[in-house]
Design a protein around this ligand. Structure first.
Ligand SMILES: Nc1ncnc2c1ncn2[C@@H]1O[C@H](COP(=O)(O)OP(=O)(O)O)[C@@H](O)[C@H]1O
Ligand SMILES: [Mg+2]
Length: 244
């Protein structure tokens, strides 16, 4: 069995700035893989390539050995790759219920009637801890609730792979613990592969099977948490960060 997702030689520039330089990576089925690196390292850009928001200037992307390099976001979503955004962006004037329903309706499977879809929305909202917020408008949610809603929207598409971009940012320690439990449940109960970007080091080190480190657009290290924390190159990359 090959990798579930594989990227080869991914390069992406914006004007004169090279955000990613020849990055190779892979995700195996059922893994939780952390993506770390200082601000501007290219983490979100890698997510943008995997989710089809941008296409690489060179390099290839495969999902289940299928070349997905130049597919559009909705095509990639239908194949089973869903994501959240670093800047949360639910439909603010819609309720949590409606926001989640959008993810279900966007799916390719036409089975399931109106009542089944409603049940599914309720189950998902309960799952992410928004069971008591069904009719609340997204704009009235707290930050952690908005992030939970983003997860519900992504999960509603029934993905095989879930990409999470800094879902812990701005949360307090007990909220971080709750979010980590949710990520673990997503893997064990929903059998999804999770690729997540996180700035909260302790959390991502603890919860990931494997970690990939980007610095200035290049993959500088990959391995288990123990190998990453003791790596000099990784430490230097972070020491160079102005807000470290
Ligand atoms: N759409 C874009 N247009 C121009 N520059 C971008 C764009 N997206 C990212 N960049 C630049 O690419 C570099 C990597 O950004 P990003 O992938 O967002 O980093 P990270 O998520 O690791 O903080 C940064 O210098 C950023 O300013
Ligand atoms: Mg980012």
């Amino acid at each position: 069995m090959g990798a579930l997702i594989e990227g080869k030689g991914l390069t992406k520039s914006f004007g004169g700035l090279t955000a990613l330089k020849g990055v190779d990576f892979h995700l195996d089925e059922g893994e939780i893989i952390g993506l770390i690196g200082p601000n501007g390292a290219g983490k979100t850009t890698l997510f943008n390539l995997v989710s089809g928001v941008f296409h690489p200037d060179s390099g290839k992307l495969y999902f289940n050995s299928k070349n997905i390099t130049i597919l559009k976001p909705f095509e990639i979503c239908r194949l089973g790759i869903a994501r959240t955004f670093q800047i949360v962006r639910p439909f603010l004037k819609m309720s949590c219920f409606e926001n989640t329903l959008v993810g279900i309706i966007g799916r390719n499977d036409k089975n399931g009637g109106k009542e089944e879809r409603k049940d599914e929305v309720r189950t998902l909202l309960k799952f992410v801890g928004l069971g008591n917020r069904e009719q609340t408008l997204a704009k009235d949610l707290t930050l952690i609730e908005k992030k939970r809603l983003e997860m519900a929207r992504a999960l509603a598409t029934k993905p095989k792979v879930l990409l999470l971009d800094e879902v812990l940012a701005g949360l307090n320690p007990s909220e971080i613990l709750q979010a980590l439990e949710l990520i673990e449940v997503i893997r064990t109960q929903l059998k999804m592969t999770v690729f997540w970007i996180e700035h909260v080091m302790g959390a991502i080190m603890k919860a990931s099977d494997r970690i990939i480190v980007l610095d200035q657009g290049e993959k500088i290290k990959e391995g288990k948490a123990e190998e990453i924390v003791s790596d000099l190159k990784v430490i230097e990359a972070y020491l160079g960060e102005s807000d470290a």
